[in-house]
Every structure is written in C-alpha cells, then in structure tokens.
Design a protein around this ligand. Structure first.
Ligand code: PLP
Length: 407
C-alpha cells in the first residue's frame, strides 16, 4: 500500500477518496495528498542511498499501491550538470542544467507518464487517449506499450515529424487533426463514452503531477538536501512546475530539507504563446488563451492550461516571476548551450535561457545566485530548429584548404 491519504480538489479543497478512478473536480485538477507524518517515521534520507538511481527511489512519496503495477523504463535521476561556460555567457557564477533530455523517449514527459500509466494499470484501465502537440504522445505510447495497454494519440496535423512517428512506432493509433491542441482535446473528451477510453489530457488525471514532482525530489537530493536560489522552467501545462513546488512542501514536511529556503520559481513561455505571463503581469489568477498561439517550442504551445491558477499560485508564493522568452532567439540559444556545454538543448529550454539572460542583464538576478534551468527535452527531437551542414567534400580530390579554413 502507498501512503496516499486522499485526493484534494485544487480549486476549493474538497476531499475526494483515493483508490478509485478520479479525474477532475469542477473541471479543475486534483492534488494527491499523503500521510506525510507516517512517511517521515517510515523512511529516512539515508534509506534512499542504497536504492537504484531512478525516480522510483522516492517510492514512499509516490501514489502506486501495488508494486506489480509499476511500469518502468528506468527513468529518472537525470544529471545536474554544472555549466560554467554558459554561466559566464549569461553572467552567472553558478548555473546548472538539470538534463531531462536523457530520459526515455527523450523528454521529461516520461516522468509524468510512467506514473500515470502505472496508476492506469493499477486501476485495470485497458485503453488510453491523449491530445498532444509534442512529446506527451510518444511517452504515453511507450509506457502503454510496456504495460500492454491500448493507446490513441490525437495531434494537430502540423505536429513535428518525430513526435508523429514515435507515437506510432510505439504502437499507438495516431490521428492527425486539422485543428489546434484544444480541438484534439475535444475529440478525446467526446470519445470517452463511445470509445471507452480514459482521458489522459494534461492534469485531467491526478498522477502525472506525482511523476513530474520527482524532478524536485531529485534536485534536492543532488544538492545535498537543499534547494537552489532560482529555478527556470519552460511552462506549457505547467505540470512540472506545479509538481516541483508540491515536492518542496512535502520534503519540508517530512523533515528532509537541511536548509528550508525555497527557490524562486520562474515560469518561462515563448512570446508567441504566453498566457501565464499575461496573467502574471495583469495580477490575475486565471489565464486567457492568446488569439493565435504560435511557437516552434511545441511543449509550450498550450493556449489554455487546466492548472493555470496552480502555476500562478506557486510562482507568486515563491517570489518568482512569469517571463516571456523571444521566439526569434531559440535557435541561437540552442546553439550556444550545445556548443559551449555539450548539452542537447530543446527549444523550450532555449526560451528559458533567453528569459534568464534578460533577468541577469536587467540586474534582477545576482551573479552569485545559484540557478537551475530544466532542459526538458532533447534537441534531436526538433531537427526543424537546427541548421544542416552544407560543406561537401570529394573523397577523391579532398579540398584541404576548405577543411583548414573551417577550424
Ligand atoms: C511538455 C513539455 C514542456 C511543458 O511542460 P509542462 O510541465 O506541461 O509545462 C516543456 N518542454 C518540453 C520539451 C515538453 O515536452
């Protein structure tokens, strides 16, 4: 049995029983609540040390009751990489990238979906459907394949090629929709009864947050059970930011944090689709969808987040901000980070770096502050954002001058 006590409606605190299939309350997400007092008596930080390096080492803080339900590809414990050269470039002495590009299916979606699919398996759900404009479809399809669960994926027709093909590679039934992600969401919602599938849309089931929160647990452990000064997080649906903020509260409650200060949370969006930033600037708790959302950072192309108020509450409570990075700087930041540090940076994280550099330049971030940027996916999944090499060599008549001039 897990230590889950109950579920709780995020919008009004209503208690909802755990251990039965739940979705939302008043159309808004649910929190998973644990018996944290019993957890703090049952497990200590040092107990973790002997466990395998995956997110399942935080077993007591995770919702799965039945070990046999766990569906895993060895995800988690992504490296926390010091980036001195990139730090120098933006004007920081202590810049780290938590590199989620190394997770199964090449993005941090694996964390949320391994948890959600494990819970679906525990509940005996046999068919899943998801709307996606990027990495979520592939991650769900991979874990569904591993669990032997049938999966349906609905994506806008202009979704990047890699995301379209990876979901079908993993055996999902993939459909291209002539509309936006919200239109895909409507198909999934409308099909629930007719097709008998479970709606896996972001935050429509309570367990994806629990998987994503392990980014926060790992970060604390990797820093010796303390937290950095600031976290930059590329925000679409916001699951990761919401999850990490929850993780920090839980770590504090079980008494695992040495230094209890929380980081300032910076929610970063592309300037072509920045509903959370607009709501933050207008001092609103709920976001309005932008008129024509566009960005190549597909993970950020979320016009309407179900958990908008959860993101904004966390950002404000932390003393952080919501910031728009510039779309036209994405390629530049990907190239800078990859060439200076060897990190395979996704366009979503390029947006974070642009926002971070602006904060530092404006004097709102001090040089000696410790900053962690989440690299949520692998650059290789976005070939359309990269420049193809064009220099040609004839192997029978090698042009050495051309080669020398490149160095
Ligand atoms: C989904 C996604 C995001 C946004 O994540 P949320 O937790 O939904 O805000 C960011 N980056 C990448 C690469 C993604 O796939």
């Amino acid at each position: 049995m897990s230590f889950v006590a109950h579920l709780e409606a995020a919008i009004d605190g209503t208690r909802i029983p755990a251990r039965t299939i739940q979705t939302t309350h008043e159309g808004r997400p649910l929190w998973v609540r644990y018996d944290l007092e019993t957890i703090s008596r049952s497990v200590s930080r040092s107990d973790l040390e002997s466990r395998p390096p995956s997110l399942w080492r935080y077993r007591e803080l995770l919702p799965v009751d039945d070990d046999d339900a766990i569906v895993t590809l060895g995800e988690g414990m992504s490296p926390l990489i010091p980036c001195p050269h990139l730090g120098e470039h933006v004007g920081l002495d202590r810049l780290f990238i938590k590199d989620e590009s190394q997770l199964p299916t090449g993005s941090f979606k694996a964390r949320g979906l391994c948890m959600a699919v494990s819970m679906a398996k525990q509940f005996g759900i046999r068919r899943l459907a998801i709307p996606t404009a990027g990495n979520a479809g592939g991650a769900m399809a991979a874990y569904a394949a591993r669990a032997g669960i049938e999966s349906f994926v609905f994506m806008p027709a202009d979704t990047p090629l890699i995301n379209r093909v990876e979901a079908s590679l993993f055996g999902a039934k993939v459909f291209l929709v002539n509309g936006l992600i919200t239109d895909c969401g409507a198909v999934v919602r409308d099909g629930a009864e007719r097709m008998g599938w479970f709606d896996f849309s972001t935050l429509k089931e309570p367990y994806r947050i629990e998987g994503k929160k392990t980014m926060g647990l790992e970060l604390a452990e990797q820093l010796g059970w303390r937290l950095p000064d600031a976290i930059f997080y590329p925000t679409g649906g916001g699951t990761g930011l919401i999850g990490m903020w929850k993780a920090f509260a839980e770590l504090d409650a079980v008494g695992w944090l040495g230094r209890r200060e929380r980081p300032r949370m910076y929610s970063c969006q592309a300037d072509g689709c920045a509903p959370i930033v607009s709501a933050f600037d207008r001092n609103e708790r709920f976001a309005e969808p932008p008129a024509s959302p566009h960005t190549v950072a597909s993970g950020l192309r979320v016009p309407k987040a179900l958990g908008d108020f959860m993101i904004l509450d966390a950002v404000r409570a932390s003393g952080g901000r919501a910031l728009a990075g510039r779309e036209n700087r994405i390629r530049e930041w990907m190239t800078i980070a990859a060439s200076l540090e060897g990190v395979s940076l996704c366009p979503e994280t390029a947006i974070c770096l642009d926002a971070l550099a602006t904060e530092v330049a404006a004097g709102r971030m001090q040089r000696d502050e410790e900053v962690v940027v989440f690299n949520t996916g692998a650059a290789q999944k976005y070939p359309e954002t990269m420049i193809e090499p064009t220099a040609r060599i004839d192997h029978q008549n090698v042009d050495w001058d051309l080669i020398a001039s490149a160095s």
